[in-house]
Design a protein around this ligand. Structure first.
Ligand code: SF4
Length: 225
């Protein structure tokens, strides 16, 4: 595999794989165009430029310093062959492998899990079904695929996290209640609400709405800033 659709790297992260130090490789290209996208530079697919040699050197140099290699994006499952290749190599080098995905393709996710290439997954649950296209910024509704991906993860036995970015339009009691009910129907015990960020800073107003809602309703969701 000559060139890879990697658009960027975070060489050191404490937040992208729970309780593990990781490096994050961001794939180019995304199926969605979320209005709250924090990684918009990775939405479009550009010419692949990152070489496998570069990846291998990076990973080998961090053996003993990092615990995990995480693939994010964009949507890493768009380039699933590259992802399989890189995950296999990361595992051979002794790293755990994490994946951030929209869950748009339960089949591709299952293929990776069946191959035992992924140890932890962070999956987005953008909204309730009727608002899914709006929350994803596209016409097609990927709600059913996402739910199927969550079911695939539940059956796999690996650890995973389901999270929802809370942006202005859903930062109200009715929408939050609807989303929490959805988590409950899906059997997810600890919902994660991620505060919408502007220029890398969490929106203070949304943060306060979430804290108030949590306190008043005695809910157990996690607020991530
Ligand atoms: S899924 Fe993620 S990368 Fe893709 S548009 Fe939405 S926020 Fe941006």
């Amino acid at each position: 595999m000559e060139k890879l659709h990697i658009g960027g790297i975070t060489p050191f992260s404490t937040i992208d794989y729970p309780e593990n130090l990781s490096a994050v490789f961001f794939f180019q290209g995304c199926v969605f165009r979320c209005p709250f996208c924090h990684n918009s530079e990775f939405q479009e697919v550009k010419k692949p430029y990152y070489s496998f040699e570069k990846f291998k050197k990076f990973v080998e140099e961090r053996q003993g310093f990092l615990d995990a290699i995480v693939f994010s994006g964009g949507e890493p499952l768009l380039f699933d062959k590259e992802l399989v290749f890189l995950a296999e190599d990361s595992k051979k080098s002794g790293f755990k492998v994490g994946l951030h995905t929209t869950g748009y393709s339960p089949e591709r996710l299952k293929n990776l899990l069946d191959k035992k290439l992924i140890d932890w997954v962070g999956i987005d649950l953008k909204s309730v079904k009727e608002n899914y296209p709006f929350a994803c910024g596209i016409d097609r509704n990927y709600f059913d695929e996402t739910v199927e991906s969550i079911n695939v993860l539940k059956q796999s036995g690996i650890e995973f996290e389901v999270r929802t970015t809370v942006f202005k339009e859903i930062a109200n009691s009715d929408s939050l209640r609807e989303i929490l009910n959805l988590y409950s129907v899906l059997g997810i015990e600890t919902p994660v609400f991620q505060v919408f960020s502007v220029d890398g800073k969490p929106d203070k107003e949304i943060e306060l709405i979430l804290e108030k809602f949590k306190l008043e309703n005695n809910e157990n969701f996690i607020i991530r800033k």
